[in-house]
Ligand binder design. Structure first.
Ligand code: SF4
Length: 399
């Protein structure tokens, strides 16, 4: 990932990454034109991966969607009927969701195989995506979007651990050239706030709300999504902080998006089973962190009790309902407690072809000095050891 780091530095230095929505919406903005014309010079690997059989095996549907050969899941979800009028209680809505989810996957298969055309499906009065939006808004009244299950009523102004309200807060949006090659250029939208407090967080000013962010309505967020796609993004990469506290806003925004674009859920994996169900039939690519192999480390570094179980559950579901890229940020001196058990679990439960990015770029940020082992960058030999171990377990698809 040498190129990625170089580009991240260049972007930060020039403050190009801080593109506010007003700028983004200006069609023909010269930065976008230059990105559209030249990104492959910076990341030729992003073109090469399209022909890599390992990548095609792991992310074939995603490749087809960003090349407009197949439909993004949210586009299909809009055409699946879900009959409800808002008077139902949450349990009834979940029952309906389960029923319609089965119908969704049948329809996706018919569309993917060419036995059905999206144009032939009438637009329903209430869709599967509308149903997801309704459920997400109900959850806000007793928030359990993530594993913390604060159960606060965010619609009445109560705040939980993440301190997020109801209105989406934008930090920045841009074509990210530093992501995995298959994602570049990635239409990345950074939101404010997070449900974890990782003491080494590199985005701590965003995740821990030292930045205020710009409030955005769902329609404006939809315009931003359209604009990123139309100016050349392969996907929409929802990140923060964490996208989880803003699930309601993401779903609502995609109700207004009319352009085919794959959705990427770029998450710390600490989300609830309910959120995982809402993501089914909405997310094309799950870009999931697998941060810790031990709950002791998760609690000490990220204040995340039960992280390992939530993370494993969400990885399994992600692979069932979409395509998956796993990110493992290697931490100094966390080989035996974290890196190795993580790799073992992946090899055993997700198979050799799952895409795994072993990340070597750890640097101390924010409160990392609080733990002795986190005060230094990762050593080259620590990365090599993890890489060799991954290979010895038979993992074939390493980024
Ligand atoms: S998203 Fe998570 S941390 Fe935030 S209020 Fe909801 S349950 Fe709590």
């Amino acid at each position: 990932m040498k190129i990625s780091k170089e580009w991240t530095k260049i972007f930060s230095k020039n403050s190009i990454r801080i593109l506010k929505i007003e700028e983004t919406l200006l069609k023909g903005f010269s930065y976008y034109n230059s990105i559209r014309m030249t990104w492959f010079l910076a990341r030729p690997d992003a073109l090469r991966v399209l022909k890599d059989p390992k990548l095609t095996r792991a992310l074939g549907r995603y490749f087809d969607v960003f090349q407009d050969k197949k439909w993004a899941k949210f586009m299909i979800a809009k055409r699946i009927e879900a009959s409800f009028d808002g008077s139902e209680d949450l349990n009834d809505l979940w029952s309906l969701h389960e029923e319609v989810t089965a119908k969704y996957f049948e329809t996706e298969e018919l569309l993917d195989s060419g036995r059905l055309r999206l144009e032939d499906l009438p637009k329903p009065k209430c869709s599967y995506l509308d149903l997801k939006a309704e459920i997400a808004h109900r959850i806000l009244q007793s928030c359990h979007f993530c594993e913390r299950r604060c159960m606060v009523n965010r619609q009445r102004g109560e705040l939980g651990f993440c301190q997020c309200g109801t209105t989406f807060l934008l930090s920045s949006a841009f074509h990210h050239l530093g992501e995995e090659p298959e994602l570049v250029p990635s239409g990345t939208i950074f939101s404010i706030g997070c449900n974890l407090t990782c003491i080494h967080c590199q985005n701590w000013t965003i995740s821990q709300r030292f930045e205020a962010g710009d409030p955005l309505t769902s329609r404006k967020l939809a315009q931003l999504i359209e604009s990123l796609r139309k100016s050349g993004a392969r996907n929409i990469n929802m990140v923060g902080g964490s996208p989880t506290p803003w699930l309601h806003a993401w779903i609502e925004a995609f109700r207004y998006v009319e352009t085919n674009v794959p959705t990427v859920w770029n998450s710390n994996s600490y989300y609830s089973p309910e959120t995982a169900r809402i993501l089914m039939g909405f997310i094309d690519v799950y870009l999931l962190d697998y941060k810790y192999g031990s709950n002791l480390c998760a609690e000490a570094i990220s204040s995340a009790p039960g992280y390992v179980e939530a993370c494993q559950r969400n990885h399994l579901l992600a692979l069932k309902s979409g395509e998956l890229i796993i990110r493992i940020l290697l931490l100094p001196e966390h080989q035996d407690c974290c890196a190795k058990p993580i790799l073992e679990w992946i090899a055993k439960n997700l198979g050799p072809w799952v895409r795994v990015n072993l990340m070597d770029q750890y640097r101390p940020h924010w409160r990392a000095f609080e733990r002795a082992e986190l005060r230094r960058p990762l050593r080259a030999e620590e990365y090599s050891e993890a890489l060799s171990y991954a290979r010895s377990l038979g993992l074939e698809n390493l980024a």
